[in-house]
Ligand binder design. Structure first.
Ligand code: G4P
Length: 284
């Protein structure tokens, strides 16, 4: 990841999250819609026990719409409230308000029974690095929202963003690490650019990406680079290098450059809306 995690960091992050979670009613968990499982932290379900849960399938503009829908249904079936969002453009933001009210209706009802009126729902945003937490908070909260400042006794040292009279958001997101001990997860995070490219072998990674794309999104590479998709993955990378004029001195093809182009295009959605992780068949 762009953040280096060490055991000390992980313990600290977890402890911080445990403290913050005590202050809130609702966890808004961001996942990357292209890799909804790989971009989740394994501990969040345990940490978030007894809290209302809302999952945001962020970067839904980059995920394949059919898969976005399948993932939405997948998480809903597990009891989460789910909204597809694009934090960059703001798409999906309106639906979140309703989902928050819905996810917290038990709390609201409990308050009502106890005669507590107008106690706002408190929420916090959590997710692994690079899923879009800051972008989301900025877009969702908008500039119009005033920070409410410290609330003596209750939320010492914490800044809350008042979204409206019903909802307050902790202004700093909870950051947790991904399941990077799982090689497959590491690879998926590398594909989407959440692991520093300089420690990766992009050329090797590009060959597996080519194979995946040919299998699941046939024609996408052909369309983007005006090349034939047949042959080995190396031949396809070679075709991309030719089509984009990636040459070293002496007319030798520059595979590293072609891989970079492929990844830049993929990560920015230029090859199309592509989801790397599909809902497990048995759980559909
Ligand atoms: P973090 O706080 O969780 O670490 O993530 P952050 O908001 O910094 O977002 C990481 C990158 O993801 C940023 O791109 C951001 O613009 C992008 N991003 C966030 N949400 C969305 C989304 O819904 N759709 C798309 N397409 N991109 C999203 P960046 O390239 O690192 O920065 P920038 O060039 O956009 O400033």
């Amino acid at each position: 990841m762009n953040v280096q995690w060490y055991p000390g960091h992980m313990t600290k992050a977890k402890r911080q999250m445990q403290e913050d979670i005590k202050l809130i009613d609702l966890i808004i968990e961001l996942v990357d819609s292209r890799v909804p499982l790989a971009s989740r932290n394994p501990d969040i379900d345990e940490l978030g026990r007894n809290k209302a849960r809302l999952i945001l399938l962020n970067k839904s503009d980059l995920g394949d719409e059919r898969q976005n829908e399948a993932w939405k249904a997948y998480f809903q079936a597990k009891g989460f409230y789910v909204v597809k969002v694009d934090s960059r453009s703001g798409a999906g933001m309106k639906a979140i308000q309703a989902a928050i009210q819905e996810a917290c209706k038990e709390k609201t009802e409990r308050d009502r029974r106890r005669g507590i009126k107008n106690r706002p729902i408190r929420a916090m945003v959590v997710g692994i690095p690079n899923v879009g937490k800051s972008t989301f908070i900025n877009t969702f909260a908008g500039r119009a929202c005033a920070k409410t400042g410290n609330k003596p006794g209750v939320t010492k040292g914490k800044q809350w963003i008042r979204l409206n009279k019903n909802v307050e958001l902790l202004d700093t997101p909870g950051i947790l690490w991904p399941k990077f001990e799982d090689e497959e997860v590491g690879m998926r995070l590398a594909y989407i650019g959440s692991i520093k490219d300089d420690i990766l072998n992009l050329e090797e990674l590009s060959l597996t990406l080519i194979d995946f794309l040919r299998e699941k999104y046939a024609g996408a590479l052909e369309k983007r680079y005006q090349i034939a998709e047949e042959g080995t993955a190396v031949q396809v990378l070679e075709a991309i290098a030719r089509s984009r004029g990636c040459l070293k001195k002496g007319e030798e093809l520059d595979y590293a450059k072609a891989s970079l182009i492929l990844f830049d295009d993929f990560r920015s959605g230029k090859i199309g809306r592509i989801t790397l992780e599909w809902v497990p068949q048995e759980e559909k």
